[in-house]
Design a protein around this ligand. Structure first.
Ligand SMILES: Nc1ncnc2c1ncn2[C@@H]1O[C@H](COP(=O)(O)OP(=O)(O)OP(=O)(O)O)[C@@H](O)[C@H]1O
Length: 536
Protein backbone atom coordinates (compact mmCIF):
# COMPACT_ATOMS: atom_id res chain seq x y z
CA UNK A 1 0.00 0.00 0.00
CA UNK A 2 1.36 3.42 -0.93
CA UNK A 3 -0.05 6.52 0.68
CA UNK A 4 -1.55 9.10 -1.62
CA UNK A 5 -0.39 12.69 -1.49
CA UNK A 6 -2.23 14.64 1.20
CA UNK A 7 -4.25 17.76 0.43
CA UNK A 8 -1.96 20.79 0.37
CA UNK A 9 -3.70 22.50 3.30
CA UNK A 10 -3.38 19.48 5.64
CA UNK A 11 -0.46 20.22 7.97
CA UNK A 12 1.99 17.33 8.07
CA UNK A 13 2.45 15.22 11.21
CA UNK A 14 5.95 16.68 11.54
CA UNK A 15 7.68 19.49 9.75
CA UNK A 16 11.27 20.36 10.46
CA UNK A 17 12.33 23.71 9.15
CA UNK A 18 15.94 24.79 8.84
CA UNK A 19 17.31 22.51 11.55
CA UNK A 20 20.99 23.07 12.26
CA UNK A 21 22.88 21.19 14.96
CA UNK A 22 26.61 21.36 15.54
CA UNK A 23 28.97 19.51 17.87
CA UNK A 24 32.03 21.76 18.16
CA UNK A 25 33.28 22.11 14.58
CA UNK A 26 31.13 19.29 13.25
CA UNK A 27 27.93 20.39 11.52
CA UNK A 28 25.83 17.28 12.07
CA UNK A 29 22.65 18.85 10.61
CA UNK A 30 22.92 21.75 8.21
CA UNK A 31 19.71 23.72 7.62
CA UNK A 32 17.61 20.57 7.18
CA UNK A 33 13.97 20.71 6.03
CA UNK A 34 11.87 17.59 6.41
CA UNK A 35 8.15 16.70 6.23
CA UNK A 36 6.47 13.60 7.58
CA UNK A 37 2.93 13.29 6.23
CA UNK A 38 0.16 11.73 8.30
CA UNK A 39 -0.33 7.99 7.93
CA UNK A 40 2.88 7.40 5.99
CA UNK A 41 6.18 5.61 6.44
CA UNK A 42 9.16 7.83 5.75
CA UNK A 43 12.67 6.39 5.53
CA UNK A 44 15.77 8.37 6.35
CA UNK A 45 18.84 7.26 4.44
CA UNK A 46 22.43 8.41 4.42
CA UNK A 47 26.01 7.35 4.84
CA UNK A 48 27.45 6.79 8.30
CA UNK A 49 27.78 10.11 10.01
CA UNK A 50 25.45 11.94 7.61
CA UNK A 51 23.30 13.19 10.50
CA UNK A 52 20.27 10.86 10.65
CA UNK A 53 20.42 10.00 14.35
CA UNK A 54 21.17 13.62 15.23
CA UNK A 55 18.13 14.87 13.31
CA UNK A 56 15.89 12.34 15.01
CA UNK A 57 17.40 13.12 18.39
CA UNK A 58 16.50 16.78 17.85
CA UNK A 59 12.94 15.79 16.98
CA UNK A 60 12.78 13.59 20.09
CA UNK A 61 14.04 16.28 22.44
CA UNK A 62 17.38 14.61 23.15
CA UNK A 63 19.34 17.44 21.54
CA UNK A 64 18.52 21.10 21.40
CA UNK A 65 18.90 22.39 17.83
CA UNK A 66 21.10 25.46 17.29
CA UNK A 67 18.64 26.79 14.74
CA UNK A 68 15.34 25.82 13.16
CA UNK A 69 11.81 24.98 14.17
CA UNK A 70 9.90 21.78 14.83
CA UNK A 71 6.21 21.75 13.91
CA UNK A 72 3.89 18.97 15.01
CA UNK A 73 0.49 19.02 13.30
CA UNK A 74 1.29 22.54 12.12
CA UNK A 75 2.07 23.89 15.63
CA UNK A 76 5.60 25.09 16.45
CA UNK A 77 6.96 23.07 19.39
CA UNK A 78 9.98 23.31 21.66
CA UNK A 79 11.20 20.05 23.15
CA UNK A 80 13.54 20.30 26.08
CA UNK A 81 13.45 16.59 26.82
CA UNK A 82 12.08 13.33 25.40
CA UNK A 83 9.22 13.76 27.84
CA UNK A 84 8.15 16.92 25.97
CA UNK A 85 8.32 15.01 22.68
CA UNK A 86 6.30 12.15 24.15
CA UNK A 87 3.72 14.63 25.38
CA UNK A 88 3.42 15.78 21.77
CA UNK A 89 2.77 12.18 20.69
CA UNK A 90 6.28 11.26 19.51
CA UNK A 91 7.95 7.97 20.46
CA UNK A 92 11.44 6.77 19.58
CA UNK A 93 12.71 3.20 19.40
CA UNK A 94 16.48 3.34 19.77
CA UNK A 95 19.00 0.89 18.38
CA UNK A 96 19.99 -0.05 21.89
CA UNK A 97 16.78 -0.83 23.66
CA UNK A 98 16.04 1.13 26.76
CA UNK A 99 14.33 -1.58 28.77
CA UNK A 100 15.10 -2.58 32.34
CA UNK A 101 16.22 -6.15 31.84
CA UNK A 102 15.33 -7.78 35.17
CA UNK A 103 11.84 -6.22 35.12
CA UNK A 104 8.89 -7.90 33.45
CA UNK A 105 7.37 -6.80 30.17
CA UNK A 106 4.35 -5.39 31.99
CA UNK A 107 6.51 -3.39 34.39
CA UNK A 108 8.61 -2.04 31.54
CA UNK A 109 5.66 -0.96 29.43
CA UNK A 110 3.97 0.98 32.21
CA UNK A 111 7.15 2.26 33.92
CA UNK A 112 6.56 5.86 34.98
CA UNK A 113 3.00 5.76 33.58
CA UNK A 114 1.43 3.26 35.95
CA UNK A 115 -2.34 3.60 36.20
CA UNK A 116 -3.34 3.91 39.83
CA UNK A 117 -6.39 3.03 41.81
CA UNK A 118 -6.59 4.56 45.27
CA UNK A 119 -2.83 5.24 45.27
CA UNK A 120 -1.90 1.68 44.26
CA UNK A 121 -0.75 0.55 40.83
CA UNK A 122 -3.78 -0.82 39.03
CA UNK A 123 -2.19 -3.81 37.33
CA UNK A 124 -5.46 -4.97 35.88
CA UNK A 125 -6.06 -1.69 34.10
CA UNK A 126 -2.48 -1.73 32.79
CA UNK A 127 -2.87 -5.29 31.56
CA UNK A 128 -6.16 -4.51 29.82
CA UNK A 129 -4.71 -1.48 28.09
CA UNK A 130 -1.67 -3.43 26.85
CA UNK A 131 -3.85 -6.30 25.69
CA UNK A 132 -6.04 -3.92 23.78
CA UNK A 133 -2.99 -2.36 22.05
CA UNK A 134 -1.71 -5.83 21.22
CA UNK A 135 -4.99 -7.04 19.77
CA UNK A 136 -5.44 -3.85 17.77
CA UNK A 137 -2.10 -4.29 15.98
CA UNK A 138 -1.61 -8.04 16.21
CA UNK A 139 1.33 -7.89 18.66
CA UNK A 140 2.21 -11.05 20.56
CA UNK A 141 3.75 -9.11 23.44
CA UNK A 142 0.83 -9.79 25.77
CA UNK A 143 1.87 -13.46 25.85
CA UNK A 144 5.01 -12.43 27.71
CA UNK A 145 3.67 -9.87 30.17
CA UNK A 146 5.10 -11.65 33.22
CA UNK A 147 8.43 -12.53 31.60
CA UNK A 148 11.56 -10.62 32.60
CA UNK A 149 12.82 -8.74 29.53
CA UNK A 150 16.27 -10.36 29.85
CA UNK A 151 14.69 -13.67 28.83
CA UNK A 152 13.30 -12.34 25.55
CA UNK A 153 14.92 -12.45 22.14
CA UNK A 154 15.79 -9.16 20.47
CA UNK A 155 12.78 -9.16 18.14
CA UNK A 156 10.36 -9.47 21.06
CA UNK A 157 12.21 -6.79 23.03
CA UNK A 158 11.79 -4.48 20.08
CA UNK A 159 8.05 -5.11 20.00
CA UNK A 160 7.94 -4.38 23.73
CA UNK A 161 9.59 -1.02 22.99
CA UNK A 162 6.99 -0.25 20.33
CA UNK A 163 4.12 -1.23 22.64
CA UNK A 164 5.68 0.96 25.33
CA UNK A 165 5.59 3.96 22.98
CA UNK A 166 2.02 3.24 21.91
CA UNK A 167 0.99 2.85 25.56
CA UNK A 168 2.33 6.36 26.13
CA UNK A 169 0.11 7.62 23.32
CA UNK A 170 2.65 7.92 20.50
CA UNK A 171 1.08 8.80 17.15
CA UNK A 172 4.45 9.41 15.54
CA UNK A 173 7.09 6.71 15.85
CA UNK A 174 10.78 7.08 15.09
CA UNK A 175 12.68 3.82 14.65
CA UNK A 176 16.49 4.02 14.52
CA UNK A 177 17.76 1.13 12.37
CA UNK A 178 15.03 -1.18 13.61
CA UNK A 179 15.99 -4.09 11.39
CA UNK A 180 19.73 -4.11 12.17
CA UNK A 181 19.39 -6.61 14.99
CA UNK A 182 16.65 -8.76 13.47
CA UNK A 183 16.74 -12.02 11.56
CA UNK A 184 15.16 -12.14 8.08
CA UNK A 185 11.97 -13.69 9.46
CA UNK A 186 11.74 -11.03 12.16
CA UNK A 187 12.35 -8.28 9.60
CA UNK A 188 9.33 -9.44 7.63
CA UNK A 189 7.23 -9.45 10.80
CA UNK A 190 8.37 -5.94 11.69
CA UNK A 191 7.65 -4.56 8.23
CA UNK A 192 4.13 -6.05 8.38
CA UNK A 193 3.70 -4.41 11.76
CA UNK A 194 4.80 -1.03 10.43
CA UNK A 195 2.23 -1.46 7.65
CA UNK A 196 -0.48 -2.10 10.23
CA UNK A 197 0.53 0.92 12.27
CA UNK A 198 0.40 3.09 9.16
CA UNK A 199 -3.01 1.68 8.24
CA UNK A 200 -4.19 2.66 11.74
CA UNK A 201 -3.14 6.25 11.04
CA UNK A 202 0.28 6.38 12.70
CA UNK A 203 3.10 8.24 11.03
CA UNK A 204 6.49 6.56 11.05
CA UNK A 205 10.07 7.52 10.39
CA UNK A 206 12.66 4.81 10.13
CA UNK A 207 16.40 4.94 9.64
CA UNK A 208 17.94 2.12 7.66
CA UNK A 209 20.97 1.23 5.60
CA UNK A 210 19.20 -1.54 3.74
CA UNK A 211 18.04 -0.11 0.46
CA UNK A 212 15.82 -3.05 -0.48
CA UNK A 213 13.96 -2.76 2.81
CA UNK A 214 13.56 0.97 2.45
CA UNK A 215 12.12 0.55 -1.03
CA UNK A 216 9.74 -2.17 0.14
CA UNK A 217 8.50 -0.49 3.30
CA UNK A 218 8.54 3.28 2.85
CA UNK A 219 6.26 5.70 1.04
CA UNK A 220 8.90 8.40 0.83
CA UNK A 221 12.62 8.47 1.33
CA UNK A 222 14.76 11.42 2.39
CA UNK A 223 18.49 11.21 1.83
CA UNK A 224 20.98 13.05 4.03
CA UNK A 225 24.56 13.68 3.00
CA UNK A 226 27.14 15.50 5.15
CA UNK A 227 24.37 16.85 7.35
CA UNK A 228 22.29 18.24 4.48
CA UNK A 229 18.98 16.95 3.16
CA UNK A 230 19.81 16.07 -0.43
CA UNK A 231 16.26 15.26 -1.51
CA UNK A 232 13.05 13.38 -0.89
CA UNK A 233 11.75 10.84 -3.38
CA UNK A 234 8.67 8.60 -3.49
CA UNK A 235 9.78 4.99 -2.98
CA UNK A 236 7.71 3.89 -5.97
CA UNK A 237 9.70 6.14 -8.29
CA UNK A 238 13.30 5.34 -7.37
CA UNK A 239 15.84 2.51 -7.40
CA UNK A 240 18.62 1.19 -5.15
CA UNK A 241 21.18 2.57 -7.58
CA UNK A 242 19.67 6.06 -7.54
CA UNK A 243 19.43 6.08 -3.74
CA UNK A 244 23.03 4.93 -3.34
CA UNK A 245 24.17 7.67 -5.69
CA UNK A 246 22.17 10.30 -3.83
CA UNK A 247 23.80 9.12 -0.61
CA UNK A 248 27.40 9.23 -1.74
CA UNK A 249 27.13 11.95 -4.40
CA UNK A 250 28.76 9.92 -7.17
CA UNK A 251 28.25 6.76 -9.19
CA UNK A 252 28.26 3.55 -7.18
CA UNK A 253 29.29 0.14 -8.38
CA UNK A 254 27.82 -2.95 -6.79
CA UNK A 255 30.58 -5.25 -8.10
CA UNK A 256 32.04 -7.85 -5.79
CA UNK A 257 35.46 -9.42 -5.68
CA UNK A 258 35.69 -12.70 -7.52
CA UNK A 259 35.84 -15.92 -5.51
CA UNK A 260 39.23 -17.53 -5.40
CA UNK A 261 38.98 -19.76 -2.34
CA UNK A 262 41.14 -22.85 -2.21
CA UNK A 263 41.10 -23.84 1.45
CA UNK A 264 44.40 -24.97 2.97
CA UNK A 265 45.36 -26.39 6.37
CA UNK A 266 42.94 -26.21 9.31
CA UNK A 267 43.67 -23.15 11.46
CA UNK A 268 40.98 -23.24 14.11
CA UNK A 269 39.13 -26.38 15.13
CA UNK A 270 36.60 -27.21 17.76
CA UNK A 271 35.49 -30.65 18.75
CA UNK A 272 32.41 -31.61 20.74
CA UNK A 273 32.26 -28.10 22.14
CA UNK A 274 29.83 -27.44 24.97
CA UNK A 275 29.39 -23.93 26.34
CA UNK A 276 27.07 -22.47 28.96
CA UNK A 277 25.22 -19.17 28.44
CA UNK A 278 24.84 -16.25 30.83
CA UNK A 279 21.87 -17.76 32.55
CA UNK A 280 23.51 -21.07 33.33
CA UNK A 281 21.98 -23.05 30.50
CA UNK A 282 23.89 -24.99 27.90
CA UNK A 283 23.91 -22.88 24.73
CA UNK A 284 26.44 -24.74 22.60
CA UNK A 285 25.65 -28.42 22.56
CA UNK A 286 28.44 -30.39 21.05
CA UNK A 287 29.64 -28.40 18.04
CA UNK A 288 32.41 -29.62 15.72
CA UNK A 289 33.91 -26.90 13.58
CA UNK A 290 36.91 -26.55 11.31
CA UNK A 291 37.97 -23.40 9.53
CA UNK A 292 40.94 -23.52 7.20
CA UNK A 293 43.41 -21.12 5.67
CA UNK A 294 41.91 -19.32 2.69
CA UNK A 295 38.29 -19.84 3.62
CA UNK A 296 35.32 -18.02 5.09
CA UNK A 297 32.92 -20.08 7.14
CA UNK A 298 29.55 -18.38 7.54
CA UNK A 299 27.35 -19.20 10.51
CA UNK A 300 23.64 -18.66 9.99
CA UNK A 301 21.02 -18.89 12.68
CA UNK A 302 18.26 -17.09 14.46
CA UNK A 303 19.76 -14.99 17.24
CA UNK A 304 19.90 -16.86 20.54
CA UNK A 305 20.74 -20.27 19.09
CA UNK A 306 24.24 -20.32 20.54
CA UNK A 307 26.21 -18.39 17.89
CA UNK A 308 27.26 -15.70 20.35
CA UNK A 309 28.45 -18.21 22.95
CA UNK A 310 30.25 -20.27 20.31
CA UNK A 311 32.25 -17.28 19.08
CA UNK A 312 32.96 -16.19 22.65
CA UNK A 313 34.26 -19.66 23.47
CA UNK A 314 36.50 -19.65 20.40
CA UNK A 315 37.95 -16.24 21.27
CA UNK A 316 38.49 -17.10 24.94
CA UNK A 317 35.78 -14.72 26.18
CA UNK A 318 33.74 -17.59 27.57
CA UNK A 319 34.75 -20.80 29.32
CA UNK A 320 34.47 -24.10 27.48
CA UNK A 321 32.59 -26.66 29.60
CA UNK A 322 33.46 -29.67 27.50
CA UNK A 323 35.31 -30.36 24.29
CA UNK A 324 38.48 -28.98 22.78
CA UNK A 325 39.64 -25.99 20.77
CA UNK A 326 42.75 -26.31 18.60
CA UNK A 327 44.76 -23.62 16.86
CA UNK A 328 47.20 -24.75 14.16
CA UNK A 329 46.78 -28.25 15.57
CA UNK A 330 47.69 -27.37 19.20
CA UNK A 331 45.11 -27.55 21.94
CA UNK A 332 44.30 -24.08 23.37
CA UNK A 333 41.06 -24.87 25.22
CA UNK A 334 42.25 -23.46 28.53
CA UNK A 335 43.93 -20.32 27.21
CA UNK A 336 42.45 -16.88 27.86
CA UNK A 337 41.38 -14.13 25.52
CA UNK A 338 44.62 -12.16 25.71
CA UNK A 339 46.72 -15.19 24.88
CA UNK A 340 44.49 -15.96 21.93
CA UNK A 341 44.52 -12.43 20.58
CA UNK A 342 48.29 -12.30 20.77
CA UNK A 343 48.52 -15.73 19.16
CA UNK A 344 46.52 -14.46 16.17
CA UNK A 345 42.84 -14.98 16.92
CA UNK A 346 41.08 -11.67 16.30
CA UNK A 347 37.49 -10.86 17.20
CA UNK A 348 34.96 -8.36 15.95
CA UNK A 349 32.47 -8.42 18.82
CA UNK A 350 28.72 -8.37 18.47
CA UNK A 351 28.16 -5.43 20.78
CA UNK A 352 30.33 -2.43 19.98
CA UNK A 353 29.02 -0.52 23.00
CA UNK A 354 30.10 -2.89 25.71
CA UNK A 355 32.89 -4.93 24.17
CA UNK A 356 34.30 -3.15 21.15
CA UNK A 357 35.15 0.32 22.36
CA UNK A 358 35.60 2.31 25.53
CA UNK A 359 33.21 5.15 24.71
CA UNK A 360 34.89 7.71 26.95
CA UNK A 361 38.36 7.08 25.45
CA UNK A 362 39.65 8.80 22.36
CA UNK A 363 40.40 6.77 19.25
CA UNK A 364 44.11 6.56 20.04
CA UNK A 365 43.43 4.80 23.35
CA UNK A 366 40.80 2.68 21.64
CA UNK A 367 43.36 1.69 18.99
CA UNK A 368 45.52 0.33 21.79
CA UNK A 369 42.79 -2.01 23.08
CA UNK A 370 44.06 -5.52 22.59
CA UNK A 371 47.54 -4.21 21.74
CA UNK A 372 48.48 -3.21 25.30
CA UNK A 373 51.18 -5.85 25.55
CA UNK A 374 52.16 -6.19 21.92
CA UNK A 375 55.26 -4.78 20.24
CA UNK A 376 55.71 -2.38 18.50
CA UNK A 377 53.11 -0.50 20.54
CA UNK A 378 54.74 -1.47 23.80
CA UNK A 379 58.47 -1.75 24.39
CA UNK A 380 60.20 -2.47 27.71
CA UNK A 381 56.90 -2.05 29.47
CA UNK A 382 56.32 1.45 28.04
CA UNK A 383 53.56 2.36 25.65
CA UNK A 384 54.87 4.01 22.49
CA UNK A 385 52.09 6.56 22.06
CA UNK A 386 53.51 7.88 18.82
CA UNK A 387 53.18 4.41 17.30
CA UNK A 388 49.69 3.96 18.71
CA UNK A 389 48.66 7.35 17.31
CA UNK A 390 50.02 6.37 13.88
CA UNK A 391 48.05 3.15 14.12
CA UNK A 392 44.86 5.03 14.99
CA UNK A 393 45.47 7.36 12.05
CA UNK A 394 45.97 4.42 9.71
CA UNK A 395 42.70 2.82 10.81
CA UNK A 396 40.81 6.08 10.45
CA UNK A 397 42.21 6.65 6.98
CA UNK A 398 41.88 3.14 5.59
CA UNK A 399 38.38 2.60 6.93
CA UNK A 400 37.18 6.11 6.20
CA UNK A 401 36.21 6.77 9.82
CA UNK A 402 34.47 10.13 10.20
CA UNK A 403 35.46 12.50 11.66
CA UNK A 404 39.01 11.61 10.58
CA UNK A 405 40.50 12.72 13.86
CA UNK A 406 41.93 10.16 16.32
CA UNK A 407 41.72 12.71 19.14
CA UNK A 408 37.91 12.51 19.36
CA UNK A 409 36.19 10.27 21.89
CA UNK A 410 34.61 7.07 20.59
CA UNK A 411 31.28 8.30 21.96
CA UNK A 412 31.20 11.17 19.51
CA UNK A 413 31.37 8.86 16.48
CA UNK A 414 28.18 7.79 14.74
CA UNK A 415 27.27 4.11 15.15
CA UNK A 416 28.53 3.04 11.74
CA UNK A 417 31.82 4.88 12.17
CA UNK A 418 32.39 3.13 15.50
CA UNK A 419 31.89 -0.20 13.75
CA UNK A 420 34.34 0.71 10.98
CA UNK A 421 36.95 1.64 13.59
CA UNK A 422 36.59 -1.72 15.39
CA UNK A 423 36.87 -3.68 12.16
CA UNK A 424 39.97 -1.69 11.20
CA UNK A 425 41.60 -2.24 14.59
CA UNK A 426 40.96 -5.97 14.59
CA UNK A 427 42.27 -6.43 11.06
CA UNK A 428 45.29 -4.41 12.19
CA UNK A 429 46.21 -7.19 14.64
CA UNK A 430 47.32 -9.16 11.55
CA UNK A 431 45.63 -12.30 12.80
CA UNK A 432 45.56 -15.85 11.44
CA UNK A 433 41.88 -16.18 12.25
CA UNK A 434 39.21 -13.51 12.21
CA UNK A 435 36.02 -14.24 14.10
CA UNK A 436 33.52 -11.61 13.05
CA UNK A 437 30.13 -11.27 14.73
CA UNK A 438 27.81 -9.14 12.60
CA UNK A 439 30.77 -7.27 11.07
CA UNK A 440 28.71 -4.71 9.15
CA UNK A 441 25.99 -3.99 11.67
CA UNK A 442 24.94 -0.35 11.26
CA UNK A 443 27.36 0.52 8.45
CA UNK A 444 26.22 2.16 5.22
CA UNK A 445 26.27 0.43 1.83
CA UNK A 446 29.60 1.88 0.75
CA UNK A 447 31.36 0.85 3.96
CA UNK A 448 29.63 -2.52 3.91
CA UNK A 449 31.08 -3.17 0.48
CA UNK A 450 34.50 -2.07 1.72
CA UNK A 451 34.40 -4.32 4.80
CA UNK A 452 33.21 -7.27 2.72
CA UNK A 453 35.99 -6.75 0.25
CA UNK A 454 38.57 -6.49 3.06
CA UNK A 455 37.35 -9.75 4.59
CA UNK A 456 37.53 -11.45 1.19
CA UNK A 457 41.03 -10.04 0.64
CA UNK A 458 42.08 -11.39 4.04
CA UNK A 459 40.69 -14.77 3.05
CA UNK A 460 42.64 -14.60 -0.22
CA UNK A 461 45.80 -13.73 1.71
CA UNK A 462 45.37 -16.94 3.70
CA UNK A 463 43.32 -16.01 6.73
CA UNK A 464 40.70 -18.30 8.16
CA UNK A 465 37.55 -16.24 8.66
CA UNK A 466 34.35 -17.03 10.55
CA UNK A 467 31.40 -14.70 10.01
CA UNK A 468 28.25 -14.78 12.11
CA UNK A 469 25.48 -12.72 10.58
CA UNK A 470 21.73 -12.45 10.62
CA UNK A 471 21.85 -11.05 7.08
CA UNK A 472 21.51 -13.80 4.52
CA UNK A 473 22.81 -11.62 1.69
CA UNK A 474 25.93 -10.96 3.75
CA UNK A 475 26.48 -14.65 4.41
CA UNK A 476 25.97 -15.38 0.74
CA UNK A 477 28.34 -12.63 -0.37
CA UNK A 478 31.13 -13.75 1.95
CA UNK A 479 30.91 -17.43 2.80
CA UNK A 480 32.58 -20.33 1.08
CA UNK A 481 30.31 -22.57 3.11
CA UNK A 482 27.51 -21.83 5.57
CA UNK A 483 26.90 -23.80 8.75
CA UNK A 484 23.40 -23.41 10.16
CA UNK A 485 23.12 -23.26 13.92
CA UNK A 486 19.95 -24.25 15.68
CA UNK A 487 19.43 -24.80 19.39
CA UNK A 488 23.11 -24.98 20.10
CA UNK A 489 24.07 -27.30 17.26
CA UNK A 490 25.21 -27.14 13.68
CA UNK A 491 22.29 -28.88 12.04
CA UNK A 492 23.51 -28.57 8.49
CA UNK A 493 26.17 -27.15 6.27
CA UNK A 494 25.46 -25.83 2.79
CA UNK A 495 27.21 -24.19 -0.12
CA UNK A 496 25.83 -20.63 -0.48
CA UNK A 497 24.93 -21.14 -4.14
CA UNK A 498 23.15 -24.45 -3.46
CA UNK A 499 20.31 -23.11 -1.32
CA UNK A 500 17.65 -20.45 -1.67
CA UNK A 501 16.94 -17.88 1.06
CA UNK A 502 13.72 -19.75 1.80
CA UNK A 503 15.65 -22.99 2.32
CA UNK A 504 18.16 -21.27 4.56
CA UNK A 505 15.24 -19.80 6.50
CA UNK A 506 13.77 -23.27 6.99
CA UNK A 507 17.10 -24.63 8.20
CA UNK A 508 17.41 -21.72 10.62
CA UNK A 509 14.01 -22.67 11.98
CA UNK A 510 15.33 -26.18 12.61
CA UNK A 511 13.67 -27.86 9.65
CA UNK A 512 15.62 -30.20 7.45
CA UNK A 513 15.43 -29.75 3.69
CA UNK A 514 13.57 -32.30 1.60
CA UNK A 515 15.72 -35.08 0.22
CA UNK A 516 18.40 -34.62 2.87
CA UNK A 517 19.68 -37.55 4.87
CA UNK A 518 18.37 -37.49 8.42
CA UNK A 519 21.91 -37.43 9.85
CA UNK A 520 23.94 -34.90 7.88
CA UNK A 521 27.48 -35.93 7.23
CA UNK A 522 29.02 -32.47 7.10
CA UNK A 523 32.03 -32.10 9.33
CA UNK A 524 30.38 -29.21 11.08
CA UNK A 525 27.63 -31.45 12.44
CA UNK A 526 27.21 -33.53 15.53
CA UNK A 527 24.55 -35.42 17.44
CA UNK A 528 21.26 -33.57 17.72
CA UNK A 529 19.46 -33.04 20.95
CA UNK A 530 15.95 -31.72 21.21
CA UNK A 531 15.06 -28.56 23.06
CA UNK A 532 16.77 -25.21 23.57
CA UNK A 533 16.62 -22.79 26.41
CA UNK A 534 16.25 -19.57 24.49
CA UNK A 535 19.01 -18.08 26.60
CA UNK A 536 20.88 -15.25 25.01
N1 LIG B 1 27.56 13.52 20.87
C1 LIG B 1 28.32 13.89 19.82
N2 LIG B 1 29.45 14.60 19.99
C2 LIG B 1 30.21 14.97 18.94
N3 LIG B 1 29.92 14.67 17.65
C3 LIG B 1 28.81 13.96 17.42
C4 LIG B 1 27.95 13.53 18.49
N4 LIG B 1 26.92 12.83 17.95
C5 LIG B 1 27.13 12.81 16.61
N5 LIG B 1 28.25 13.50 16.29
C6 LIG B 1 28.78 13.72 14.93
O1 LIG B 1 27.72 14.21 14.14
C7 LIG B 1 27.76 13.65 12.83
C8 LIG B 1 26.43 12.98 12.52
O2 LIG B 1 26.29 11.82 13.36
P1 LIG B 1 24.97 10.93 13.40
O3 LIG B 1 25.11 9.96 14.53
O4 LIG B 1 23.79 11.82 13.37
O5 LIG B 1 25.09 10.17 12.00
P2 LIG B 1 24.19 8.98 11.39
O6 LIG B 1 23.78 9.45 10.04
O7 LIG B 1 23.13 8.62 12.33
O8 LIG B 1 25.28 7.83 11.25
P3 LIG B 1 25.22 6.19 11.35
O9 LIG B 1 24.59 5.74 10.08
O10 LIG B 1 26.67 5.80 11.39
O11 LIG B 1 24.48 5.87 12.60
C9 LIG B 1 28.95 12.71 12.82
O12 LIG B 1 30.04 13.42 12.27
C10 LIG B 1 29.20 12.42 14.28
O13 LIG B 1 30.57 12.13 14.49
Amino acid sequence: MVATDPPADDPPAVRLEGITKTFGDVVANDDVDFRLEHGTIHALLGENGSGKTTLMSVLYGLYDQDEGTIYVDGEPRTFESPQDAMDAGIGMIHQHFQLVEPMTVLQNVVLGHEPTDGGLVDERAAREEIESICSRYGFDVDRHLETPVEELDLGTRQRVEIVKSLYRGAEILILDEPTAVLTPQEVEGLLDLLDDLRAAGHSLIFISHKLDEVLAAADRITVLRDGEAIGTVPAAETTEQELAEMMVGREVSFDRLARTATPGEPVLEAEELRVTGNRGREQVRGVDLTVREHEILGIAGVQGNGQTELIEALTGHRRVEEGTVRFHGDEITETGRRWRLEAGIAYIPEDRHTEGLVQAYDLVKNALLGNQTVPPYVADGWIDWARVTDHAEEIVEEFDVQPPNPAVDAASLSGGNQQKFIVGREIGHEPDVMLASHPTRGVDVGSLEFIHNRLIELRDEGLAVVVVSSKLDELRALSDRIAVMYEGEFIDEVAPEAVTDAELGLLMAGQRLEGEPSEPEAEATVDRQPGGDGDR
